[in-house]
Design a protein around this ligand. Structure first.
Ligand SMILES: [Zn+2]
Length: 429
């Protein structure tokens, strides 16, 4: 590489090391084809995804990685020479800072690139291009701005697509998307026999008229006992410790700088793509949704989320681990404040998997940090009189309160009400 200078060399070595590390992890996990999605590489390298795209192109030219054609998101694989190169050269100890002058998109006010722009936001929902085949006159539509300007009076009025735009924006801020899986499980397995009989009418009240509950700012906290067969059979998850929230002043500054770098024009689109790929948006995987739906209380919570979703309300469903994962990610990359505010004020927050055992096994600093987040969210929801539904695992309540800490437990009670036993008490044999 004759004409590469120090800046490029350092970035190349750093990104190659990140790819090699992910590749090794894939080997340990026994994953077959180790095609690494670029957003994951960017996360591992703690760099802007677009910087990583430029660097991987360079690495591909050098034969150290291979780009997987037509993959979305883009993927790379490590080649044999790449593996040798990564092993031979020690990676820099910390991430090199990309030179903003070389990456036009890192400069503030970069023009919105048409390739990464969000098509949802650029074209009106009622534009003929989006029209389903067979429908008649699509009617009036805007130029993608959400507003229609009257040719005669020069006055603008909102387009029919504007409520849809506002809803999409709201859901993006909030994360914890109600996926098709949640909708299906909420429908399929609500109110099964393991639910404590006293809860059946309460859950029905929520699912039958969710608007009334949300308008009243009602709360519901169901806790599952350890005799519940579903709890007994399942393993205990651990909190993700790939990334830690910033704790020292230096870490906060680095996180703020990274967040600042993402403030250019297409940051939102970029962030969304990264979130979808990295699950930092707080979306539950299919496996996580299945786990939620295994207990009667969990599937009841999914049914409530489903009802709110169909009622067009702002609703998010997070598990304790997905909430942790998402907030840690955002606190390091930017977007934390906005997400926190959305979590504090959304119509409905469904928080599941608040597992006493997970809390007990987490490191002290993880618990402290998580407690702080839960309290901030709970206080906000209480103050704004917004509905909160919680599903926890832990009984008796004293043990659950101790695992959460008394203060956090108290705050959550203010938002969602005192926990109710969600499991049917077993009849003596
Ligand atoms: Zn429109």
């Amino acid at each position: 590489m004759p004409d590469a200078d120090r800046h490029d060399r350092e970035l190349d070595a750093w990104v190659l090391a990140a790819i090699a590390r992910l590749d090794r992890e894939g080997l340990v996990l026994g994953l077959g084809a180790r095609e690494l999605p670029l957003p994951g590489v960017a996360e591992q390298a703690a760099l802007d995804e677009r910087v990583v795209a430029v660097v991987t192109d360079r690495l591909a030219t050098r034969g150290l990685v291979r780009l997987v054609a037509h993959a979305d998101p883009a993927r790379v694989t490590l080649t044999a020479p790449g593996r040798r190169e990564a092993a031979a050269q020690p990676a820099p100890s910390e991430a090199p800072t990309p030179d903003g002058a070389r990456f036009v998109f890192l400069r503030p006010g970069a023009p919105l690139s048409s390739t990464s722009a969000d098509p949802d936001e650029q074209v009106c929902d009622f534009h003929p291009r989006r029209r389903r085949k067979g429908t008649m006159d699509p009617g009036e539509h805007c130029d993608g701005s959400g507003w229609i300007v009257d040719a005669v009076t020069r006055e603008s009025r909102p387009c029919r697509c504007r409520p849809l735009r506002i809803q999409r924006h709201r859901d993006r801020r909030l994360g914890g998307r109600i996926t098709t899986e949640i909708l299906n499980f909420g429908l399929a397995s609500s109110l099964h026999p393991e639910l404590h009989p006293a809860l059946t009418p309460i859950v029905r009240r929520w699912t039958d008229d969710v608007d009334a509950q949300l308008d009243a700012g009602a709360g519901l906290w169901m806790t599952v006992a350890d005799w519940d067969r579903r709890v007994r059979s399942g393993g205990v998850d651990a909190l993700d410790d790939v990334e830690a929230p910033p704790r020292t002043q230096a870490e906060f500054e680095a996180a703020a700088a990274r967040a600042g770098a993402a403030l250019d024009a297409d940051a939102l689109t970029d962030q969304r793509q990264r979130e979808t790929a990295s699950r930092a948006g707080g979306e539950l995987s299919l496996m996580e949704v299945r786990k939620v739906a295994e207990t009667a209380a969990g599937s009841s919570a999914a049914a409530i989320a489903r009802a709110a979703h169909h009622a067009g309300r702002g609703v998010a469903l997070y598990s304790l681990s997905s909430l942790y994962r998402s907030l840690v990610h955002l606190s390091r990359r930017g977007g934390y404040r906005d997400r926190l505010e959305a979590l504090r004020t959304a119509d409905l927050l469904v928080l599941v998997g608040l597992d006493q055992r997970v809390l007990e096994r987490a490191a002290q600093w993880q618990r402290d940090w998580l407690s702080e987040q839960l309290e901030l969210i709970a206080i906000g929801r209480y103050e704004h009189q917004k509905s909160t539904v919680i599903v926890s695992t832990g009984w008796p309540l004293e043990a659950l309160a101790a695992a959460l800490s008394q203060e956090t437990y108290h705050r959550l009670c203010c938002a969602a009400g005192e926990p109710l036993l969600g499991s049917r008490i077993p009849t003596p044999a």
